[in-house]
Design a protein around this ligand. Structure first.
Ligand SMILES: Cc1ncc(COP(=O)(O)O)c(C=O)c1O
Length: 322
């Protein structure tokens, strides 16, 4: 396998814990959690693993500025801003949504890390504004590196291919990996890692905001491209990607009863925090699937916690939570 440049700042391996009280309450299969909310770097989360590869690439390209985009409460942008501070890059973030009078949660942290914020109210213009920001940075000699939305380029996806290797070394027999999928980098990494490292379980992405059909095409393409970085292209097919779109119908970031119940069940039975946008929705999907008997009673389901908890303190969500 070809060696790919990587920095080592994530706290790895992340622990795997049993959730016996949740299993009992749901009368379900054995449930485990893989704590990628503990990866380090500004409260942790799934972007840490991707950024180990992305920041290495940015350095190799001689970049001086990181530019990225996402929602106002983007976890990806918070972690990118932190990585920029840690490795001495300037950082500009193009954030979509209304700019609050008083920044809270992830937006507050972006600013603490010294990122420059450009807000775009209408999502329809976000790609254009991101491109303009990038072009201006080039013209000004700031040597920008564009960190894609969610860190989901072939390079970023490698973080999750190697996460599968880590899981296998932990020697925990998981029949299913269940997690929240959105920009597809985590999902593509899992699909690639499953093949390369011979993981025998199934990998099920609960969609946060994308139709299943789109995810299957996007994730299989991204996994194929990521495989080239390891030296040998694998052509993944749509059928290699398992995704469930049932729980994202309300739209991105819309907090509903499913998310509320999942957050409460994890908090009150296991003392574990989920976030309102990603892991809350992914867990709501997992809980519903358990209740519907989707998983066999003797199977082990590993819920891969991808982080995001700072959003609990965003005004938008904290007001809805209680
Ligand atoms: C907490 C959390 N979980 C899951 C995801 C989805 O990961 P991906 O964008 O790789 O699909 C994100 C993306 O921002 C996230 O912040």
């Amino acid at each position: 396998m070809k060696t790919v440049s990587r920095l080592n700042f994530a706290h790895l391996p992340t622990p795997i814990e049993e959730l016996p009280r949740l299993t009992k309450v749901l009368n379900g299969p054995r449930i485990l959690v893989k704590r990628d909310d503990q990866t380090g770097l500004a409260f942790g989360g799934n972007k840490t693993r991707k950024l180990e590869f992305l920041i290495a690439e940015a350095r190799e390209q001689g970049a001086k500025t990181l530019i990225s985009g996402g929602a106002v409460q983007s976890n990806h942008c918070r972690q990118t801003a932190a990585a920029a501070a840690r490795y001495g890059f300037e950082c500009t973030l193009v954030l979509t949504g209304e700019k609050p009078k008083q920044p809270s949660a992830n937006l507050l942290l972006d600013q603490l890390f010294g990122a420059k914020i450009v807000t775009v109210e209408d999502r329809a213009y976000r790609d254009q504004v991101l491109q303009d920001t990038y072009d201006k940075a080039i013209a000004a000699g700031r040597k920008p590196y564009l960190v894609p939305y969610g860190g989901s380029s072939p390079t970023g996806a490698l973080g999750y291919a190697f996460a599968v290797e880590e899981l296998m070394k932990q020697n925990v027999p998981a029949d299913w990996i269940v997690f929240g999928t959105s920009s597809g980098g985590t999902h593509a990494g899992f699909v690639l890692g499953q093949r390369v490292f011979g993981f025998k379980g199934k990998v099920l992405g609960i969609s946060i905001d994308e139709p299943e059909d789109k995810l299957k095409s996007h994730v299989s393409g991204l996994a194929s491209q990521a495989s080239e970085k390891l030296g040998k292209r694998i052509d993944f097919r749509r059928a290699d990607v398992l995704a469930n779109e049932e729980y994202c119908k309300a739209g991105y970031g819309v907090f509903g009863e499913g998310e509320r119940e999942a957050i409460e069940l994890f908090a009150k039975n296991e003392g574990l925090l989920l976030d309102p946008v990603y892991t809350g929705r992914a867990a709501a999907g997992m809980i519903d699937l358990i209740r519907k008997g989707f998983f066999k009673k003797d199977e082990t389901v590993l819920f891969w916690h991808t982080g995001g908890q700072p959003a609990l303190f965003a005004d938008k969500y904290s007001q809805e939570l209680l």
